[in-house]
Structures are given as C-alpha cells and as structure tokens.
Ligand binder design. Structure first.
Ligand SMILES: [Cu+2]
Length: 588
C-alpha cells in the first residue's frame, strides 16, 4: 500500500518535472497544476498499516541529504507540510554515528497557500516558487518570518548555534532561494539515541509542524551503551498531531457522557478533566491518522513475543502523550533504555540499565526508547495514550488508542536491526552533571496574560520571564539576550509555572538534569532536553516548578540561542527567551 502511494507520488512528481522540462508552462503554472492534480504530501488512510520512515545512513562518516519542504492545502482547508527526498520518500530518518558529518541541502518549495503575515525582516513576499525581489536576502541574516519561510532545528544535538549548523533566530530560507546547505559534525560524545529535525520560524513553527514538517534523527550506537540491546530489531514511531478531521462529530457512543465541552481561544476543545470527549487535536502514527471520535488505530504485525526496540518521538505541536502498552486492556511493562536521546546509564551506572514502567509521559518534543515485547501468538496488543490533565487552561487530551498490533509467525522484521558489536562507548568527556556543583541559580517562570484584560475572549500573550524582569513576549528583532552565561559553567535553573496549564520547557544546544519535579527530588540516570512543568491550580501556596542542572561546559554551546515552551502555539505567541553563552576565555 505504501509502495503504491509512493510510486504514485513519484509519478506525479515526474509528470510535474516533465511539464517543466517541456517548457509548456511557467513554474508558477506548473505549481498550480501540482496543487490541483496531486498532493505532494500524501498521507495514508486511518486504520492503515504503519510504514517506517526511509532510513538514510552515513557512508564513510558522511551523510549527504537533499531534502525539500512542501505544502498543500487540503480539501478541508488545512495545510499539510512535508519533507521529501528526491525519490518522493517523506520525512526520512537521518542515521549518523558520533563524529559523522551531516551535509543537508534544504530546498524551500513552500507556496503561498495563505496570505503571508510577515512579522520581521524586510517586507518581502514570495509568490509560489518565483522570487520577485531583485536582491534575495542572505538566508543567514534574513530573519524573515512568514508561512513560506523555513529553516531547520536539530532538536537535542549539541552542535554550534551558528548559521549552516543549528541556528534558528536569523536563518530563514525563502521559496526561490537555492538549496540551503546545513553542514556540521555530530559531536564525538553525542549520546546515542533518538533526536529530530523540524522548522523553527518564530510565529510560524506551529503551522509547519502541525502540518507534518518533522522527521527523526538517530545517533547510532545505543547498543554500545546498553549491550542487552545488541542485535534487537528496531523501529521508529513518529507521533504527530493535526487539526481534527471530524471537528463537528459527537463523541463516540462507547464513551461516557462528558458534561462540559468548551472551546478555547484557539478554537480547540478545552480540558474537561474527564479523560474523554473531543481532543484538541487528532494524532497520527508514522502519518497514519487516528481521528476523533472513534480513533481507529493504525496497525502493525509482529512475530509473537518478539522483542523490539521502539524509538518514539512526540513530534506533536501541542499534544502531550502518556503511552501505555496493553494486552487485553492490561498494561504491560515497557523497558525504557533512553529518554531524549540519552541512554539510561549516562551517569556512569553499569550498562544494561533498563527501567521497567507500565506507562511513560512524553511532552511535545520529547523522545523515549524502550524494549517492547510482542503479544503472545493469537492475541493482540494496543499502544495507547492515556489522558493527560493539562490543567484548567490547557487543551483536552483524552484517552485514545494509537496502534493495534497483531501477531504472525512470518511477520516481516523491521527494516533496521541494532548492531551486534559490543564495543563499549567511550566514557563521557566530562564528569556526570549530577556530581558538579552549580556556580549560580536562576529562576524563570512561565505566565500568560489576556491581551485585553477586560475581554476574556481576547488573544493570549505567552511569556517566559527571568524572575525580577518584566514579562515581555519574545522579540525576534532584538539581539539583547535575556540570560548571559559563560561556557564551562554549570547552573541550576528553577522553572516555575504561574499559569493554569502545562508547559514544556526546552532549550536548544544542551541537555539538562532534572533534579526536582514539583517539590519531589528526583535522581535520574540520564539527561533531558524537554521537560513538563506542572500547572498552577489557583489554590496552591506556591507555584509548581522544576529544578534543572544546566550544562554549559561543552564549547559547542558558545553563541546565542533560545529556550522556550515546546507547545508551539505558546512559543509562536512569545513564550521564548534568548540566551548568550560567552567563550570561557575573554578574547585578547
Ligand atoms: Cu507552553
């Protein structure tokens, strides 16, 4: 089924290229034909078998990728976005080893399917694929923010925040620009695990990501951190959210009656606290949608009782996940071996560390890697997400099934298998973060405010503020950092939530250690790059918070980058700040 659709996609693209080559039409007209005739971002039907994203592996230490980003307006008015390889494969998984070089040419093929809203930079408009201004701005200095501008963030990687590497504040590629080259080396000490790539244009991140612009990036070698994984079949699951396919449908009859259903200012259904009812967004698994109200799960066949490593990415724009693995409705143990790309023995604990849990929460942007065991012969299993209480001000995130797994003795193996070599990873180059004392402590807080305090239906401003400063939405035109730190330092940051909904704190370039979650000390043997910050319920004596040990020791962190809420409508709405990491030694 997947091969058919990818073949059809390839045929449509070849046809479009032929039209262009024959000079029958102008590029603009060819693009219009593409829009009318075929969808560059085709998606499987609900209930389909999931396909794995295509794997692209580095060869002789280099991975060279040509990636283009496309969009398309669907019949229901929603706009899909997708990353395509020249062969039409969508959202490939980039697989590299520590020390490898990634060269990625990003071609912006976005078209102006909606009127552009330019929030910064020069008021330049692109029409379709045609660049209309005489002097295109330097993509490194552009700062252009619009629905058709794009760039890439490599979420979780500790690569420098400079143009052509992992810089998202100024870097902006326009339609009509030549392919933009990303070129950087994966650090030799990058922990092996699951990372991801997505666009990061301030003000427009949500639109592009919720449309489907995201893909997985795997740093190979997790079996070197945890030899029990050697030789296991492995599979990448990318869970995305999207606007409801059936927004007007009543909830399924199998659900209890939900007394309250409110629509928030974004037009999404507000949290009703019941675990049921209309979700704010639908979810998809490897692009197979699981739409409200009946949630027909995507499907997969496994050999009975087979152990596999599943690498799960929450690439949702706003939706929290709380994953569980059920046999006959009974939760089964998942053997967690990595979070946010970092294996569980990163603290120097003996290898083979596995944490067996019957559920795992994943905020937007986070990843988990776990061992899953297939159901016994003749039975089936369900991967579900349990309801997440996002707070009074949050979105409704009900219980729903995602993936139904059946068994067959001749089920095909996943396309990738972990290496069986057991060469251990070298020890991390610096002491474990939990053993380093911070040089200072900072406090930041999430807050929200109605634009018009007298109108409860007015839009919301979103802030992340250094305690003591005045809350201000992120200003993309400002170069003034909110926080300045020195490379080599380790700091503790307390992130407080003064709003009545969950937020997901994320910072570029580094990982951090969670020390305290909502008043409870924790001792985690791995690092994170995204963490859920519990909401304020209006009655607590203190605002809830997390305490994080922030690691600025790596020289790759020098430069200016961002920290923000990974609920992208919050980030787009201003919940982002600027940090500058200054070199350890002052320049002479
Ligand atoms: Cu948020």
């Amino acid at each position: 089924m997947v091969e058919t659709s990818s073949a059809a996609r390839g045929a449509a693209r070849r046809l479009a290229l032929l039209v262009l080559a024959a000079g029958i039409a102008s590029p603009g007209a060819a693009h219009a034909a593409l829009d009318a005739g075929s969808d560059p971002c085709p998606r499987p039907a609900p209930g389909s078998a999931i396909a794995e994203p295509k794997d692209l592996r580095s060869v002789d230490g280099v991975l060279d990728v040509e990636l283009s980003v496309h969009n398309h307006r669907e019949g229901d008015g929603s706009i899909r976005y997708c990353y395509l390889l020249p062969d039409g494969a969508e959202a490939p998984t980039l697989r590299l080893k520590p020390g490898d070089l990634l060269i990625l040419h990003l071609k912006n093929e976005l078209s102006a399917v909606e009127p552009d809203a330019v929030t910064a930079g020069s008021p330049v408009h692109a029409h379709g694929h045609v660049q209309v201004h005489p002097k295109p701005p330097d993509p490194c200095m552009s700062g252009m923010m619009s629905l058709t501008a794009t760039n890439l963030h490599f979420h979780g990687l500790t690569v420098p925040p400079i143009c052509h590497q992992d810089e998202v504040i100024k870097t902006s590629v326009q339609p009509g620009d030549p392919p933009f080259e990303y070129r950087f080396r994966i650090p030799a000490d990058e922990p092996p695990g699951l990372y991801w790539y997505h666009p990061h244009i301030h003000g427009f991140s949500k639109a592009q990501v919720i449309g489907g612009a995201s893909g997985a990036l795997v740093i190979e070698g997790i079996e070197r951190a945890n030899p029990t994984l050697a030789g296991l079949p492995e599979r990448v699951l990318v869970i995305r959210d999207q606007d409801l396919q059936n927004p007007d449908a009543p909830p399924s009859k199998s659900e209890p009656v939900v007394p309250r259903m409110m629509i928030d200012r974004d037009g999404d259904s507000a949290n009703n606290g019941t675990g049921f009812g209309k979700p704010a967004k639908d979810l998809s698994v490897n692009f197979v949608p699981v739409p409200y109200p009946d949630y027909p799960p995507a499907s997969l066949v496994m050999k009975p009782g087979e152990r596999q490593l599943w690498r799960v990415l929450n690439a949702s724009a706003i939706t929290y996940l709380n994953l569980a693995w059920l046999f006959n409705r009974a939760p089964q143990q998942l053997g967690i071996v990595g979070i946010d790309g970092v294996p569980l023995n990163r603290n120097g604990n003996p290898a083979n560390a596995i944490e067996w849990r019957d559920h795992i929460g994943l905020p937007p942007g986070a990843r988990v890697e776990f061992i899953v065991t297939g159901p016994p012969a003749g039975s089936s299993a369900l991967l579900v997400t349990r309801t997440v209480d996002t707070g009074q001000g949050g979105e409704n995130d009900p219980n729903r099934a995602l993936l139904a797994v059946t068994t067959a003795h001749d089920a095909p193996e996943p396309q990738s298998t972990l290496a069986s070599s057991l060469t251990p990873l070298p020890a991390p180059p610096r002491p474990w973060l939990g053993d380093v004392l911070p040089v200072r402590t900072r406090k930041l807080y999430f807050s929200e405010k109605l634009k018009d305090p007298n109108n409860p239906n007015s839009a919301t401003d979103f802030y992340i503020t250094v305690d003591g400063e005045t809350p201000t939405p992120f200003d993309p035109a400002s170069d003034v950092p909110n926080i300045i730190v020195k490379q080599g330092d380790v700091e503790d940051w307390i992130i407080e939530n003064r709003s009545t909904e969950l937020h997901a704190f994320h910072i570029h370039q580094i990982h951090f250690l969670l020390l305290n979650w909502s008043g409870t000390p924790v001792d985690e043997p791995f690092l994170r790059d995204t963490v859920n910050v519990p909401y304020y319920n209006g009655r607590m004596l203190q605002y809830p918070s997390v305490r994080l040990r922030m690691d600025f020791r790596d020289p790759n962190t020098v430069g200016t980058f961002v920290y923000h809420c990974h609920l992208l409508e919050h980030e787009d709405g201003g919940m982002m700040g600027l940090i500058r990491v200054e070199p350890a030694e002052p320049r002479m």
